[in-house]
Design a protein around this ligand. Structure first.
Ligand code: ASP
Ligand code: MG
Length: 376
């Protein structure tokens, strides 16, 4: 297949708020039905219930401190309440995930430390639990849905030089179109449902794609299936000229090209994870952004030709949690390796440098100075 517009796969990614209430789940079911009616094969990829990944981080901290039961109970209650509200029973699979979490939390308490490997396993449980509920609900709505373990779909790539921590907690995956996977999934249920955020490494261990990584899961799966479209369903109706929560008269950006969307996503807009653009861009797969609460709004469409090409400011973004580091050194003339040494420190700590500026001369004579803005 050379053109994704011939593909019958469509990947629908729903974020945490989109999968946390009965009214949103009704809209999810309606969107899935609409795609089936269009003759498409929907693959639903979804996040953990909103706030649960934060709770799991808290569970890890509390397990170290020995006081994890109350957080664990909150986590269980959220999932049981949603199941009850959706009118589905607590499945043995969900009970199994609860039991595993409890086992891991008490293990961490006993040992008094948490490895990156175990952290990834604990955090992955959010998506595993939520998708058990999602699949059961869609099945109860009469859809022929099959739950898939994302760790059998997405495989982390070996990154020379990446720290063990980055490999477990912020992995990247291969995303070339995968005909064997397309064939395997073609024989599965008419609606496929899987987790965002998680993948497996070459040892079969659970790895994460970094916080907010479910968009990237959707994009990887869309690329591997050479899907017609990746739809990102969230709690705002698209990408805006500014954060509509801070700037009430911000305008919806109806269409963007991939580079514009990448720029906006990388500069602090929360709508899309910055890593999710490349896979769809590489295979010219259209990416659309929609509001789960208002599914009839048209949203934002990101394609190769989406932008109007005009030289004007498209959006203004802010980014929080940035650390500015300035450094300088004496006697820099022809000094080799100053910047290499400086950047190696960021690499060792798994920090990505967002912006860098360097000059050979600063105000004081004969100093090389560099500034870097870094974030996780
Ligand atoms: N649940 C994960 C997080 O909160 C991944 C995601 O929602 O995209 O970071
Ligand atoms: Mg998100």
């Amino acid at each position: 297949m050379t053109n994704p517009t011939d593909s019958h796969w469509v990947v629908l990614k729903f974020g945490g708020t989109s999968v946390s209430s009965v009214s949103n789940w009704k809209n999810v079911a309606a969107v899935v039905r609409a795609r089936l009616d269009e003759g498409l094969r929907p693959v639903v990829v979804h996040s953990a219930l909103s706030g649960i990944t934060d709770r799991l981080e808290q569970l890890l901290a509390k397990a170290l401190a020995g006081d994890w039961e109350p957080v664990m109970e909150q986590i269980e209650r959220r999932h049981c309440d949603l199941s009850r509200d959706l009118g589905i029973p607590i499945s043995p699979e969900l009970e199994h995930h609860f039991a595993e979490l409890r086992k891991m939390a008490s293990g961490i308490h006993l040992i008094g430390e948490v490895s990156d490997r175990l952290r990834a396993r604990v955090m992955s449980t959010g998506e595993l639990m939520a998708t058990r509920i999602g699949a059961a609900y869609l099945a109860s709505e009469g859809l022929d849905v099959q739950w898939l373990d994302a760790r059998t779909l997405l495989h982390a790539e070996e990154r020379a030089g990446a720290t063990a921590r980055a490999n477990y907690l912020s992995a990247t995956c291969n995303f070339e179109p995968d005909p064997a996977l397309q064939q395997r999934l073609a024989q599965a249920g008419s609606v496929l449902l899987t987790q965002g955020f998680i993948a497996s490494d070459s040892k079969g261990e659970t790895v994460l794609l970094g916080r907010g990584g479910s968009d990237t899961s959707g994009s990887y799966i869309a690329a591997k299936l050479h899907a017609r479209r990746l739809e990102i369903w969230t709690d705002v109706p698209g990408m805006f000229t500014a954060n509509p929560r801070q700037v009430p008269n911000a305008r919806l950006l109806k269409s963007l090209d991939y580079d514009e969307a990448q720029e906006i996503a990388s500069s602090g807009a929360k709508v899309l994870h910055p890593r999710c653009i490349l896979p769809v861009k590489q295979y010219s797969i259209a990416l659309t952004v929609h509001d789960t609460q208002r599914p009839d709004l048209s949203g934002t469409v990101v394609t190769a030709t989406g932008g109007d090409g005009g030289a004007r400011v498209k959006a203004v973004c802010t980014k929080k949690g940035i650390t500015l580091i300035s450094m300088d050194t004496l006697g820099m003339w022809h000094q080799v390796g100053f910047l290499a040494d400086a950047f190696a420190v960021f690499k060792d700590h798994g920090l990505s440098v967002d912006l860098g500026s360097t000059r050979a001369l600063s105000r004081r004579w004969c100093r090389r100075s560099a500034s870097c803005a870094a974030s996780k």
